[in-house]
Design a protein. Structure first.
Length: 502
């Protein structure tokens, strides 16, 4: 922990952080603000009303989430139950109502302990997600037809997932204290609203967002516990520990990383160990299913398989995907330790999760939810975020139109295979574009929207303003790289103190 700075060396923003209105620094945000009266004036009175940024953004998130529920209305009123292709032509498919019966909740079967009828022996979701699904089934009325119960089950889950969505937006809004309005990007993200109730991913995303908020406040143990719970709900959050290890190595903050790692492992074990001990076959189904699952929707592997006379086996794809992911991890490690200025925590968190999405053998449409909060924190630039969102909405429509094509028989309503491949390509290019922008910000910190306004790493907690103790390459010669930096920057070692008020 760095020593307490003196009053002379402590920036005023540590005590009274000045907010950064996006309409003053982002041309797209300024143009969009014309719909509500134009950019914020310099004499505007901020913080004097009940309508704080957190409350406004939370209400916007609820409103947009409800619009996403309305978009599912054609399915709720019949497309989930009558006609296989209509739920795709209306782009309103959801796993939730189908799995109410398909995974035994309607019959009161206990996930992981009771075998399921059909081709899936046990529930193929991580334990905490299974608990979420089970709790929703307890809250679902058991009377009426199966259709009535499935409709209620979806509505109950939608209500619980809305809470998760609000948690995500509030956490993102509060991570960057001086940039609360960046949370609007999460609240208004079209792909977020469209995919929020496709599956149960919002639970893991909410826990991950809460974990990042805790780390930004210097609470390493709470971060670890929340990240462990997130990993118990979905596998991807554990990837964030890799970049955090590298950043703590560069800054020498090993004690805080140890707390985070211990909290994560402990929380994961508390959730998983009871099921692992008493229902190992059911517990392990998620992991064996992930390993044995063939190449599926949304990945570049699918394009290769569908255009190959001798497609690679699942085992080969698993091996190659793992090698590609390891290469990405190596590149991120090199970037972390050689960058002219230590990367921000959320920049690397975004890159590692994006690498997993790009190299994985499947990309379900709701996986975009994993990246939305990380993208907002890593690159809070409205233009780039909207470009990426357009690509993701294109893919969202593309996969449903492709499924409509494959399920409509000789009618061939929808998007043929070649068209779907183009939709996959748009998704891949959009995600790669955002990755390139984040890497550019790391290599040229003066272009980082967060650092241009004078911050170091608001999401970094103990890393914010910390001295470097291990650096490789040109970054080890500060006099060289410092000369290349332009624009405002904070001095190392005078950032926010761990556990300080925000």
């Amino acid at each position: 922990m760095c020593p307490m700075p003196s009053a002379e060396s402590t920036p005023a923003r540590v005590h009274e952080p000045e907010r950064v209105p996006p309409t003053r620094e982002d041309a797209v945000a300024a143009a969009g603000s014309e719909l509500i009266g134009g950019p914020l004036g310099r004499r505007a009175l901020l913080g004097t009303s009940w309508w704080t940024p957190v409350r406004v953004i939370a209400l916007v998130a609820i409103g947009v989430f409800v619009l996403g529920l309305v978009q599912k209305a054609p399915c709720y009123n019949g497309a989930w139950f009558f006609g296989a292709s209509s739920q795709y032509t209306h782009a309103c498919y959801s796993d939730i109502p189908h799995l109410y019966q398909g995974r035994g909740f309607v019959d009161g079967l206990v996930p992981y302990f009771d075998k399921l009828p059909g081709d899936m022996e046990y529930l193929e979701y991580p334990v905490l997600t299974g608990v979420f699904m089970e709790v929703a089934s307890w809250l679902t009325p058991g009377s009426g037809t199966i259709q009535d119960q499935e409709q209620w089950y979806w509505m109950v889950n939608a209500g619980m997932l809305m809470v998760c969505a609000v948690v995500i937006t509030v956490c993102v809004t509060r991570v960057h204290t001086r940039r609360p309005w960046d949370g609007l990007l999460v609240a208004l993200a079209p792909a977020f609203a469209l995919t929020a109730t496709v599956n149960w991913d919002l639970l893991a995303v909410a826990l991950t967002a809460a974990a990042i908020l805790m780390w930004s406040r210097g609470r390493a143990l709470a971060f670890g516990v929340l990240l462990g719970l997130a990993t118990a709900a979905k596998l991807y959050p554990f990837l964030i520990l890799g970049p955090l290890l590298l950043l703590c190595w560069r800054a020498g903050t090993w004690r805080e990383f140890g707390k985070a790692l211990g909290g994560a492992v402990g929380a994961w074990l508390v959730v998983n160990l009871p099921v692992m001990l008493f229902a190992f076959d059911g517990w392990s189904k998620f992991y064996t299913f992930s390993q044995e699952r063939g190449v599926d929707f949304g990945s570049f592997w699918l394009i290769i398989v569908q255009n190959s006379d001798a497609p690679p086996s699942t085992e080969t794809v698993n091996t190659l995907a793992m090698l590609l992911m390891l290469l990405c991890c190596g590149a991120i490690a090199a970037l972390t330790l050689t960058a002219p200025r230590r990367p921000r925590f959320v920049q690397l968190a975004f890159l590692i999760v994006a690498a997993f999405i790009l190299t994985n053998k499947v990309y379900s449409p709701q996986y975009v939810l994993w990246l939305v909060p990380l993208a907002v924190l890593a690159r809070p630039k409205w233009r780039d975020f909207l470009i990426w969102q357009v690509c993701e909405v294109t893919y969202f429509l593309g996969i449903w139109m492709y499924l409509a094509y494959t399920t409509s028989g000789d009618a061939h309503k929808g998007l043929p295979t070649d068209g779907y491949h183009w939709a996959i390509g748009v998704h891949l290019l959009g995600t790669l574009y955002l990755c390139v922008m984040v890497v550019r910000d790391i290599l040229m910190p003066d272009r980082d929207p967060v650092r241009r306004t004078g911050d170091d790493d608001p999401s970094g907690g103990v890393l914010d303003g910390a001295e470097d103790v291990f650096v490789l390459g040109p970054a080890a010669r500060p006099t060289l790289h410092a000369a290349r930096l332009e624009g405002p920057r904070v001095e190392w070692g005078v950032g926010r103190q761990p556990g300080g008020s925000l």
